[in-house]
Design a protein around this ligand. Structure first.
Ligand code: 6R9
Length: 649
């Protein structure tokens, strides 16, 4: 091992692990040299109606990319996440729901209750006309009905598209229309950090632009008085009371779609990433068990929202497939104060806690007193996901939250990968703060130079690609397979391009350095610079906009906008505020610009291409090293940009 800071697995982690260091090495080798044999064995962890005989049938060859796993297998995801646990574990707690307000009561939902709730919802969806293959959009807060709705779709073979409750009516409408949902599931309102979110009102607004939606199923959540539209809107509790509490799960082919999840790319509108049934569940269930070394009976808490892939894979599908107890938290880490997470850990005796670096950094900033007053003896493992974690935050997490006795698992993966790709097996792989460490079984990462040359030596730096398929890989982009192929398989032929840069050290550890494309990662949320730009130019006073990221102490990256106004408009602070609100309204609060710099001129090449490299440097306050600016049409623009930069004096 190198002389960097290295943490050996604790004796306790070694003693209990599913996978020793030797197992890891041997099984990893096997998973790469004999994927068919390896994954056929892993598929046995699920209950199949028909066990697959064909295991892997995939090619990354451009442009004929095709990905199929377990293609003649038949199963149902909801039956695997619920029904098969009923006989012996029906009274085990499937979901612990912790409400936003700490003074309100938590709910403990057993597998038996989960079964009834999901069956009723499935029957309601059928009564609303939803059939196998139909898309259903779910726009709900972090309440148990979000999980019920997802599982109910899976049960009847409908394809869900969960849209994060923080997205605006416009963003919601775009996603509903893109996948042609005829049914939307929402709530009267959501709660977050002591405030309410007007979900039903947002849906009403969105549906002004969604002629294809015929039914809206509404959860009675806060009890707010919301208008219900005659034949379109249906109360969930009323409909659920009128249907049978059982429903036969639909037999699904392993390659039938399970869900669509919209995520940002470097260009254009968000893409509907499509995941299918058998490979996704095999892989999320296996990674949930092994990356967290999960054993039945433990309480597992992932703080993500179900609107993101982390919520899909590691609040709902992975844990429930394993018969786990998964915590669903409605609130936020900072309300009523910065000890809220730790209070929940103690209240529910959480064993495995999983959150994002942005939350860790903001809690670290709130001061040690909030975490120090909580002993949290139940904790044994701490997960981090969503963005690179800086070593200071890693060490704070390890020392202050984990009290120096919990393993830290930094898992690198993406919406498109469905499950963890690079992460330390607890008890097997020593950790280094800031490194996601080693690949999961079946994952073949490689480092290429930006020009595409394979870096064969262990110590290397460049772009991260994956050389071969794994079961939970996205199969396509909904309605646009060409975009799927060109986004992920065109630049580095024969490989899946992750969009991330990385470094591999002399021990073969991977260190993700962040996106190399025009995708921002703001507080762990993916955002395309192009999306923010198109929101800005949609404002009548804006003529041009260029958006870049800059390093932000808490959020990881912040949003820095350069804006050119229409001739005759005046550049003033009031308009800055107006534009900020405009972007929030167009996309949602997560896209709120941190800085708007007035830029009467943008740095363009003679062919009119904006030189983003320069804009990034100015936003980073690193304008000593702007590099070659000689190709600029008007080099004087740069001096003006530097003189008027926003973030630091
Ligand atoms: C799961 C999720 C994916 C992007 C990804 C990368 C960044 C995620 C990370 C990480 C460093 C980690 N990312 N986990 N970077 N270390 N452990 O977050 O999916 O929302 O699609 O974002 O997030 O840049 O490419 P998604």
């Amino acid at each position: 091992m190198s002389d960097q800071l290295v943490f050996q697995p604790s004796a306790a982690a070694v003693a209990r692990t599913h996978t020793t260091a030797e197992d890891y090495a041997a099984q990893y080798q096997r998973s790469i040299s004999d994927p068919d044999g390896f994954w056929a064995e892993q598929a046995k962890r699920l209950d199949w109606v028909t066990f697959p005989t064909k295991i892997k049938n995939t090619t990354f060859e451009y442009p004929n990319v095709s990905i199929k796993w377990f293609e003649d297998g038949v199963l149902n995801v909801a039956a695997n996440c619920i029904d098969r646990h009923l006989l012996e574990h029906g009274d085990d707690i499937a979901i612990i729901w912790e409400p936003d307000n700490p003074n309100d009561k938590a709910e403990y939902i057993s597998y038996r209750t989960l079964h009834e709730k999901v069956c009723r919802c499935a029957n309601v969806l059928k009564s609303l006309g939803v059939k196998k293959g139909d898309r259903v959009t779910i726009y709900l807060p972090m309440i148990p009905q979000a999980a019920y709705a997802m599982l109910a779709c899976a049960r009847i073979g409908a394809v869900h598209s969960v849209v994060f409750g923080g997205f605006s009516p416009d963003s919601l409408a775009g996603r509903i229309n893109d996948c042609d949902s005829a049914v939307v599931i929402t709530a009267d309102e959501g709660r977050r950090g002591g405030k309410t979110v007007p979900l039903k009102a947002n849906v009403d607004k969105a549906l002004e632009d969604c002629p294809g939606v015929s039914k809206v199923l509404v959860v009675h959540n806060t009890g707010a008085d919301v208008p219900m539209k005659g034949s379109r809107d249906v109360w969930w509790h009323e409909a659920a009371a009128g249907v049978e509490p059982f429903n036969d799960p639909e037999p699904m082919n392993a390659e039938d779609p399970l869900f669509i999840l919209y995520t940002s790319g470097s260009t254009g509108k968000p893409k509907g990433v499509l995941h299918t049934t058998g490979g996704y569940l095999t892989y999320t269930s296996l990674t949930h068990e092994l990356s967290f070394d999960y054993k039945r009976g433990e309480v597992f808490w992932c703080t993500a929202d179900v609107g993101w892939i982390t919520g899909h894979s590691y609040i709902v599908y992975g844990p429930l497939a394993n018969g786990a107890t998964t915590v669903m938290f409605e609130g936020i880490p900072s309300w009523p104060d910065a000890s809220r997470f730790w209070q929940v850990v103690e209240r529910h005796k959480v064993n495995i806690f999983h959150t994002a670096p942005t939350a860790i950094r903001s809690l670290m900033g709130a001061g040690p007193e909030f975490v120090e007053k909580h002993d949290m003896p139940s904790l044994r493992l701490l997960g981090t996901v969503g963005e690179p974690i800086n070593p200071e935050a890693w060490l704070w997490y390890y020392n202050k939250v984990g009290k120096g006795r919990c393993e830290v698992v930094d898992a690198w993966w993406q919406t498109e990968t469905g499950g963890h790709m690079i992460a330390p097996f607890p008890g097997a792989i020593p950790t280094k703060p800031g490194s996601a460490t080693k690949p999961f079984f079946g994952i073949k990462p490689a480092v290429l130079s930006p020009e595409g040359k394979l870096q064969e030596q262990t110590k290397a730096e460049g772009v991260l690609v994956i050389e071969d398929s794994w079961p939970s890989q996205a199969r396509t982009i909904w309605g646009d397979h060409g975009r799927f192929v060109s986004t992920y398989f065109e630049t580095y032929k024969g490989n899946y391009f992750t969009g991330d840069g990385c470094r591999r050290d002399e021990d073969g550890y991977y260190w993700i350095t962040g996106r190399v494309d025009d995708v921002l990662n703001v507080s762990g949320h993916r955002l395309g610079t192009a999306e923010v730009e198109s929101a800005l130019v949609a404002h009548p006073k804006v003529s041009e906009a260029a958006v870049v990221g800059f390093p932000h102490d808490i959020k990881g990256q912040g949003i820095y906008c350069y804006v050119t106004l229409m001739a005759g408009e005046s550049y003033d602070d009031a308009l800055r505020g107006e534009l900020r609100n405009w972007v929030r309204k167009e996309i949602g609060p997560i896209a709120s610009p941190d800085f708007i710099q007035w830029a009467p001129g943008l740095p363009k090449t003679r062919s009119g291409k904006i030189m983003r490299r320069i804009l990034r440097k100015v936003a980073e306050n690193d304008f000593g090293a702007l590099g070659d600016t000689s190709t600029l049409a008007d080099p004087a623009v740069v001096d003006d940009l530097i003189a008027n930069r926003q973030n630091r004096p």
